[in-house]
Write a protein that binds this ligand. Structure first.
Ligand SMILES: Cc1ncc(C[n+]2csc(CCOP(=O)(O)OP(=O)(O)O)c2C)c(N)n1
Ligand SMILES: [Mg+2]
Length: 312
């Protein structure tokens, strides 16, 4: 979690230099979800995500250098510099795709789970999405399909209470949880504290076990909060769509600080451990930024590659 936090903070510092030009949705405050879940995933399990995907990619083992080069729009980027922050991919780590069309990767993950089942493999397919993504019709079709066919699919909803600047109460019925929607499709569904790494770890373990052993899909509604603006490197308290007290409440529930406190209480983390981690992350991040900035821009002659040919 600390590594992801430091990487996101490096982007916060570097983004205003205008060398990264892609829309970038940071996950500061939400790190416990992918870290607790990924602890149970194998390299050959398949992970999908949406626009806010840095933590998901990194926790699955996605390469940092090619992620940063992608944000810098360089040919050394994981999508060749063509996609930016919202199109991360690292097939060698089993991170198959992220794409910003809300819920767009949910049916793709279900298709991957269907393929896994057809081939009788013991892999799982897992997709991360936000509370807003559950308002897309395809989300409901996908969860239903996974239930009907008892697929090894795992649906991880990061409910951070907002879709851009719209709160839940103007978008979804009062008192109906997203986990209730999963349950209505007969999918095992739980609401958990997404900022509590232990809770995420436990529920993640159970979801992965169920999927791997043929017991079908699980939906986890992980309650969490993004501490920065929807898209970009700044705080956004001045916009007024979130109460200052609410932001403070969630800052106090920061998953990184909570875990640090817990580990120190249990005598599992010392000052020198932390210093060692900080130094190794700082060094790794410096080297990745250097790699990204030294990587050339894609050749304009290749601009149309990988696109549908224009009919003349
Ligand atoms: C189909 C579709 N509609 C609208 C958008 C514009 N859009 C981008 S992010 C976003 C909010 C998403 O909210 P949520 O799913 O809760 O994820 P969060 O940003 O909170 O992590 C919207 C509406 C989009 N990308 N795709
Ligand atoms: Mg949201």
């Amino acid at each position: 979690m600390l590594r992801i936090r430091r990487i996101e903070e490096a982007i916060v510092r570097l983004y205003p230099l205008h060398e990264m030009r892609c829309p970038t949705h940071l996950c500061i405050g939400q790190e416990a979800v992918p870290v607790g879940i990924s602890a149970h995933l194998r390299q050959d399990d398949l992970v999908f995500s949406g626009h806010r995907s840095h933590g998901h990619y990194l926790a699955k083992g996605g390469d940092l250098k090619s992620m940063l080069a992608e944000l810098y729009g360089r040919s050394g980027g994981c999508a060749g510099g063509r996609g930016g922050s919202q199109h991360l991919i690292d097939l060698s780590a089993g991170f198959v795709a992220s794409a910003p069309i809300l819920s767009g990767t949910v049916p793709i993950a279900v298709g991957a789970a269907w393929g896994i089942k057809q081939r009788r493999e013991d892999r799982v397919a897992l997709v991360y999405f936000g509370d807003g993504a559950t308002e897309e019709g395809i989300f409901h079709e996908s969860v239903n399909y996974a239930a009907v066919h008892c697929l090894p699919a795992i649906f991880i909803c990061e409910n951070n209470l907002y879709s851009v600047h719209s709160a839940m109460n103007v978008r979804q019925p009062e008192g109906r949880n997203i986990a209730d929607v999963g349950a209505a499709h007969a999918v095992r569904s739980d609401i958990i504290d997404g900022n509590d790494i232990e809770a995420v770890w436990r529920h993640g373990r159970d979801a992965v076990n169920r999927a791997r052993t043929g017991q079908g899909p699980t939906l986890l509604e992980c309650m969490t909060y993004r501490l920065l603006e929807h898209c970009g490197p700044r705080e956004d308290g001045e916009l007024g769509y979130r109460e200052a007290a609410e932001i403070e409440f969630w800052k106090a529930r920061c998953p990184v600080i909570r875990s640090e406190t817990l580990l120190r209480q249990e005598d599992l983390l010392s000052d020198s451990d932390l210093k060692g981690l900080e130094m190794s992350f700082a060094d790794e991040i410096d080297r990745a930024v250097e790699f990204a900035r030294a990587s050339p821009f894609p050749d304009p002659a290749e601009m149309a590659d990988f696109t549908y040919p224009v009919q003349k």
